[in-house]
Design a protein around this ligand. Structure first.
Ligand code: FES
Length: 582
């Protein structure tokens, strides 16, 4: 069953539903499925023939950002029942940014695979996706896009603001800041214990414009959530209402047959890129949006980000780049209000899960606080929140969140101090024998997609103790790693190709001059081509991290940062037959 974008819901015949192949046909298997439905406690004659909605729930005891999703799944079910659907909850892998090591990025594609295969292999007509902690958003959307069944995303929502001694704390951002103060000897055990109590006060995702807030805003801009859903605080009663409304909406989407492929178009991705940049959002969005676009057959490149970044200013005065937190953003108008600041760059005639067009979706949206959501002529920064660099140190590109950097360092030449891996860096960074000064450029190797493995968020390399005590708070840092969206500093990230596969980053040696020039968008290793060729000839690949299991599959299939770090066999074009088709 398919429909044109914007078509109004109609009641499908039961035999039009995909789930009918499991339940409604005349044969042994349907007989068995109906018997087992009775075993689940349902009467097939009452429930079957309705749209079957899978609620994919990333709730887990280990994931504080999703701890409320167990209750929210009940609200979604309520909405599905109200609209005449049949809800079934499926637990799926949780990707807890805080606890999962070496990094949840190692498992983003695993959750995407699980999402796709689970939806394909069960009698499902549509899905509601519950997630929000960093990688869970792109993973769920990538899976849903690949299986291309109607889907609505329910963002977990930001946690309450942090508090400490009258100061409002932001997730991640203030953790790094006060940890540096601790290392500099400025705060003691008592203060640290108080900070532990005040940093994360409720369920929900990080309440700064980190990766979670950036990616859920991207999901809303793409058109995969209800309007305003991405910033509703996790513990606000409005969050439960949004979850129930999402349950009602997915039943309508099944009836109209509006699928992700009609929503996730190049125009939608262009709008998501503009939004992420105008929010001053996380650099991780570059990787995730390129990967998601790849699943949709849409070509999205680093150049798209850099081109748009030069035309769209940063308008969200939200930490880490600005002053406020996500709750302030929500009450200032949330994403619908924010998007009214970008009407001239958005594609307003494309559909969303909620409305036939984005134009209709934004009708009536308002900004209530221009301090939080700035006017176009009073931006936080004149250019979008990140820059794409090229040069002989990053032939396939690198990324820097320059609005979170010390402006003095955006044009800088300094000698390299090279760390071959993160453990070595942790062990030696404070060693006075290294003679590190504030002018040095810290270089971390082997922290990329394969080298990390999983491209951990090591990119905000710690500064040496003795410099922190002198008051130094930023230096130029370069790696093939990622950086938390809540981090800050002059950190060049996502260097591609990565050092682990022999990219030029692998050839840097202590003392080599490196020039960063963000206005010119370049990153250069000031070493002759002849010398680099000599070094490359002597370079040998490091041993594989994993020789069996999922890690081995990951190592064989993972693509580089500039193409989204998807698995090659998932990103490529091809057919996957529906299990009952034919
Ligand atoms: Fe889950 Fe930040 S740790 S969103």
């Amino acid at each position: 069953m398919t429909a044109e974008p914007g078509e109004r819901p109609r009641q499908p015949r039961p035999e039009d539903l995909r789930s009918h192949q499991w339940y409604g046909t005349d044969g042994l298997r349907s007989f068995s499925h109906r018997a087992r439905t009775r075993q689940l406690g349902y009467l097939p004659e009452e429930h079957l023939g309705k749209p079957v909605v899978a609620i994919l729930n990333t709730w887990s005891d280990i994931n504080p950002c999703h701890m409320h999703l167990r209750e929210r799944a009940q609200a979604v079910k309520r909405g599905v029942w109200q609209a005449g659907g049949f809800p079934l909850e499926f637990p799926v892998a949780t990707l807890s940014e805080t606890f999962q090591k070496p990094t949840p990025m190692l498992y983003r594609n695993l959750l995407a695979m699980e999402t796709e295969e689970l939806l394909r292999s069960y009698p499902v007509d549509g899905a509601v996706l519950l997630g929000g902690c960093d990688k869970s958003t792109p993973a769920l959307l990538m899976g849903a896009a690949s299986v291309d069944l109607p889907a609505v995303f329910v963002p977990a929502g930001p946690m309450l603001p942090g508090h400490w001694r009258g100061t409002v704390l932001g997730s991640g951002t203030d953790m790094w800041k006060y940890w540096d103060d601790r290392r500099a000897g400025l705060i003691g055990d008592a203060e640290l214990a108080e900070l532990e109590n005040g940093l994360a006060r409720s369920p929900g995702t990080c309440m700064t414009m980190g990766t979670a807030a950036t990616m859920t805003a991207a999901a809303e801009t793409l058109g995969m959530t209800l309007p305003g859903a991405s910033s509703v605080p996790a513990v606000d009663s409005g969050h439960e209402r949004m979850a129930a409304a999402s349950g009602r909406r997915i039943v309508d989407l099944v009836r109209t047959g509006l699928r992700p492929s009609a929503i996730l178009t190049r125009a939608a991705f262009q709008d998501a890129v503009a939004t992420v940049l105008a929010l001053g959002g996380s650099t991780n969005a570059v990787i995730h949006l390129i990967a998601l676009a790849g699943r949709c057959g849409v070509e999205l490149t680093l150049d798209d980000f850099d081109r748009v970044a030069r035309t769209v200013p940063v308008l969200a005065d939200v930490r880490p780049g600005g002053r406020f937190l996500m709750e302030d953003f929500h009450f200032a108008g949330g994403l619908p209000g924010f998007l009214t600041r970008l009407l001239d760059v958005l594609h307003l005639d494309r559909p969303t899960v909620a409305h036939p067009t984005l134009r209709e979706q934004l009708a009536g949206a308002l900004v209530h606080d221009p301090e939080v959501i700035r006017e176009r002529d009073r931006p936080l920064a004149d250019e979008g929140g990140l820059a794409v660099l090229t040069g002989n140190l990053c032939p396939d590109g690198a990324v820097i969140k320059h609005i979170a950097a010390d402006p003095r360092l955006l044009r800088h030449t300094g000698p390299a101090v090279v760390f071959p891996d993160y453990r070595t860096l942790q062990r030696t960074i404070d060693d006075p024998a290294l003679g590190i000064t504030a002018d040095h450029v810290l270089v971390l190797q082997n922290a990329g997609p394969r080298g990390g493995p999983g491209m951990p968020e090591y990119g905000m390399l710690p500064l040496p103790d003795h410099l922190l005590k002198q008051g130094v708070r930023d230096m130029v840092r370069i790696s093939d790693a990622r950086m938390s969206g809540t981090s800050y500093g002059t950190c060049v990230l996502h260097v591609a190709p990565e050092s682990y596969v022999g990219g030029p980053l692998a050839l840097v040696r202590n003392g080599d001059p490196i020039t960063l020039d963000v206005p010119a968008r370049t990153l250069r290793l000031e070493v002759s081509d002849a010398e680099l060729t000599r070094r490359a000839a002597r370079w040998t690949p490091p041993p594989a991290h994993h020789t069996r299991g999922y890690g081995a599959l990951y190592g064989e299939q993972i693509t580089q940062a500039d193409t989204g770090c998807d698995f090659a066999f998932l990103a490529r074009k091809g057919d996957t037959p529906d299990p009952y088709a034919g």
